[in-house]
Design a protein around this ligand. Structure first.
Ligand code: PLP
Length: 476
């Protein structure tokens, strides 16, 4: 039956004209760029190129696609080898204006933090070795003193990320018992971190109280019983409830906890050591304030507003932190030495707030005034205009950047942006082509224009942006 179908027959003919992998390798042999390429890599690239063409022929309806000449395949093979040789995890230009962009790796490290990583990576370290006593030491010594010094907490430890910090804290303090939480605090952070689900994984039982928009002290009080292990507050890091609302301040919850002999934990999410309202941004509660209000355990991220590596930091009362540290789960959530080194390097900068704001990229970008960004935006627009393509319009427009990373959700940071339109080409197509440039440039689209937000564009990213746009112009 199939043989009788002329269309199917035609398709078979075309597929038979695809080059064999060996023939393609033979055809590519003269290309000096491929000299020294491991044979296994060449074969993989050749297979991928032939397979891609096979899929293209099969998906063309009606099947009108002839395989191209062998020279074209050979060129594609060289492209494929280049692509396969390139690191998978690599630099991109963040022109989105979202400072803590989780998909783009959240925070950039300060140079000082990188120095600490270098040293720890290239040399043996005293990671778990007490140099005074010549015996096994604690992995947390490197950052514990610094975190306590900065936050005023009695004790501190760190794990892999804040999700892990919340999990291990709940598991240690409330497994098999109840945790009282306001319904307004049952948040989803994204990437499947939801308070009720983490609670279930920890083995603690959720005792919801109050309503989404209003929860009172008496709601918490009414839920306390023989099964209660912990009162939990979760910072609304990535959303806001406005209007007819009421929440219980941490200090009041702490007083209630003390009356009933119950610990109070706060998941601060982002966690910041500096008061952003002093820099003209919105107020975000600081870790110091939570500690001062008497929270027994406070958890927060290392790579959100703190501007360090991915980590989960836990601070609080010494006996509770000691119990968390001893939890066998800690072995599974353990922070590695490179992260620890980066965290220590970042924390050291916080001893001097002015220095922290200057040298920690996340803080620098968030606090950078509009006026400091404008000359850079104007220069970049000028460089793009000088490419001399009459279809290209590059202007500076005032738009707003975001903190991102589930931090300061209501914050709009005014930011001078370069706004690009290319006559005859949709903003979506330009955005896609930028994403496929090398290095990839990640931009956003607003009002049918491609936007480069200078707040997150590093000075060394400006040349790649100009090169990527020039390439798009060349290719039509
Ligand atoms: C971001 C966040 C988390 C998860 O932190 P990670 O460091 O991403 O694991 C937990 N709780 C809150 C409130 C958060 O904002």
């Amino acid at each position: 039956m199939m043989d009788a179908d002329p269309l199917a027959n035609e398709l078979q003919q075309r597929l038979r004209r695809l080059p064999a992998v060996d023939r393609l390798l033979e055809a590519a042999r003269g290309n000096p760029e491929l000299d020294g390429t491991p044979p296994a890599l060449l074969t993989r690239a050749a297979r991928e190129v032939v397979e891609a063409e096979r899929r293209r022929i099969l998906s063309a309806a009606p099947p009108d696609a002839e395989p191209p000449p062998i020279a074209v395949f050979a060129r594609r093979l060289a492209d494929a080898v280049r692509r396969l040789r390139r690191p998978n995890l690599r630099r991109v230009v963040n022109a989105t204006g979202v400072v803590i962009h989780t998909n783009l790796g959240r925070s950039l490290l300060a140079r000082e933090a990188l120095e600490r990583v270098r040293e720890a990576a290239l040399h043996y370290t005293n990671l778990e070795y007490d140099l005074e006593r010549g015996k096994r030491g604690s992995r947390y010594t490197a950052v514990r003193d610094l975190v306590c010094e900065i936050t005023g907490a009695e004790d501190a430890m760190v794990v892999n990320n804040n999700a892990g910090a919340v999990l291990i804290s709940l598991e240690t303090l409330a497994r098999g018992r109840e945790v009282v939480v306001s319904r307004g605090d049952l948040v989803e952070i994204g990437g499947s971190f939801r308070i009720p689900e983490v609670m279930a994984k920890s083995g603690a039982r959720l005792r919801e109280v109050g309503t989404t928009n209003r929860t009172h002290l008496r709601d918490y009080e009414g839920a306390i019983g023989a099964e209660t292990a912990l009162l939990l507050k979760v910072h609304w890091s990535n959303y806001s409830i406005v209007g007819f609302t009421a929440q219980v301040p941490l200090a009041e919850l702490v007083r209630l906890g003390r009356r009933h002999g119950l610990p109070v934990m706060e998941d601060l999410g982002s966690g910041t050591f500096i008061d952003f309202s002093r820099y003209g941004l919105l107020k975000e509660p600081t870790v110091q304030e939570s500690v001062a209000a008497g929270a027994d355990v406070v958890t927060f991220s290392g790579d959100k507003l703190l501007g360090g590596p991915q980590a989960g930091i836990i601070v609080g009362r010494a006996e509770l932190i000691a119990a968390i540290r001893k939890n066998p789960l800690n072995r599974a959530l353990r922070i590695d030495k490179l992260t620890l080194a980066a965290l220590e390097g970042t924390l050291r900068l916080y001893r001097d707030e002015a220095q922290a704001v200057r040298e920690i990229p996340t803080l620098r970008q968030l606090t950078q005034p509009e006026d400091a960004l404008r000359p850079r935006a104007e220069a970049l627009a000028q460089r793009l205009a000088s490419l001399g393509d009459p279809r290209l319009e590059a202007t500076v427009a005032r738009r707003s950047s975001k903190a991102g990373g589930g931090s300061l959700p209501l914050l709009d940071l005014p930011s001078p942006c370069v706004q690009v339109r290319l006559r005859g080409v949709s903003a979506r197509r330009v955005e896609t082509a930028l994403r496929r440039a090398e290095p990839p440039v990640i931009a956003r689209i607003e009002e049918e224009a491609v936007i480069f937000d200078l707040r997150t564009v590093l000075p060394e990213d400006e040349d790649p942006i100009v090169a990527a746009v020039a390439r798009i112009l060349e290719e039509g």
